[in-house]
Design a protein around this ligand. Sequence first.
Ligand SMILES: NC(=O)c1ccc[n+]([C@@H]2O[C@H](COP(=O)([O-])OP(=O)(O)OC[C@H]3O[C@@H](n4cnc5c(N)ncnc54)[C@H](O)[C@@H]3O)[C@@H](O)[C@H]2O)c1
Length: 420
Amino acid sequence: MTDKHHIKDISLAQEGVRRINWAARDMPVLKQIRQRFEKEQPLKNTTIAACLHITTETANLGITLKAGGANVILCASNPLSTQDDVAAALVAEYGISTFAIKGEDRDTYYSHIISALETKPNMTMDDGADLVATLHGERKDLMENMIGGTEETTTGVIRLKSLADQGKLEYPVIAVNDADTKHFFDNRYGTGQSTLDGITRATNLLWAGKNVVVIGYGWCGRGVAMRARGMGAQTIVCEVDHIRALEAAMDGHQVMKIDDAAKEGDVFISVTGGMKAIDKKHVAVMKDGAILANSGHFNVEIDIEGIESESKDQQQIREFVDQYTMPDERRINILGEGRLINLAAAEGHPSAVMDMSFADQALSAEYVVKQHHNLEKKVYKVPDNIDKEVGKLKLMSMGIEIDVLTEEQETYLNSWNVGT
Ligand SMILES: NC(=O)c1ccc[n+]([C@@H]2O[C@H](COP(=O)([O-])OP(=O)(O)OC[C@H]3O[C@@H](n4cnc5c(N)ncnc54)[C@H](O)[C@@H]3O)[C@@H](O)[C@H]2O)c1
């Protein structure tokens, strides 16, 4: 048991342990890393502050980092995604300091980030760059021990690159999101499945026959649209990038402007990483009963304030469902206060996909410890050998073997004058 914590209820620990172990069954790559870390202790004398969704998968990452010798402090990267039993188990059973309570208000959320940083970490592990933003903003005084960091998601990487472009980034950060073994799988298959899961749990809706509008056709949007179609929905994609819009059209989705899609949709899902992807002018033409959900990182993709100001009444009609009644009596349902719906109303990504993302995290942390002397204050890609290793281990764990090029094939592929 660690004494540094702020969680909801320590008596939930045993349920948390059971669920953490259940997730571990589907995380064989992380398990192999943990076994090596136990022997080699690559993170010895390193304090890692990690601002991640406090879920069973994150618990397994925390346990792995600790097995590698690190002192680990966790805080939530989203006020709604914390699993309180997991937080209790981390504190009571695994000795990992945790600051996270599901439903915490804004002030508590930031006080938890500060508590994690006040341990004076050597490394940050972010999901959305809140630790980095706080260290580079109001708490520069806590920066002195930093050797590097890692970042989990698209939005965080964008924030970090903008900091680095302005010459203000104070330490090297590895963009875990940009690893192939992360965004191809986590963003696409993880967000695809878990977003629909979150919306289903919040509403119990039947997807078959619905018009589902997906706004943003990046890695997450591709997954969401693909899975919605798989459930029998008619899919409409809205994009601002010509090539991605073209890809959506050729993948078989209808592509149109949000102004037009707003009139057609039964369910709207934003995954842009930007702001006001759905605003009050779109809501003004939506059908009665429309459902709005966000699965992009921050809760600014749906203009909730604007919608609220136009509505004449607002009430929570079901857990995770706020219904806004417009002056013409149309009812608009916003899920999970516009926050990541897969984490607010469901359990986030399945463990099997987080296995790869968190294997990238653990190996990137080891890389930072070993290589920080050679790194500049920049955003770095995950080294190719880490990416390839994670992909290889995952395939092996699935019992899949693949072919190897013969010497003759290799020579052919690597020469310019053979075979013409
Ligand atoms: N829910 C989750 O668990 C989860 C998991 C991974 C990533 N994310 C978050 O989801 C968001 C998207 O991630 P991604 O990897 O797909 O990013 P991405 O950059 O690959 O895709 C975003 C797409 O949205 C488009 N876009 C931006 N603004 C738009 C607008 N107003 N209207 C229409 N299209 C617009 C962009 O052109 C781009 O194609 C990010 O905020 C990321 O951090 C969430």
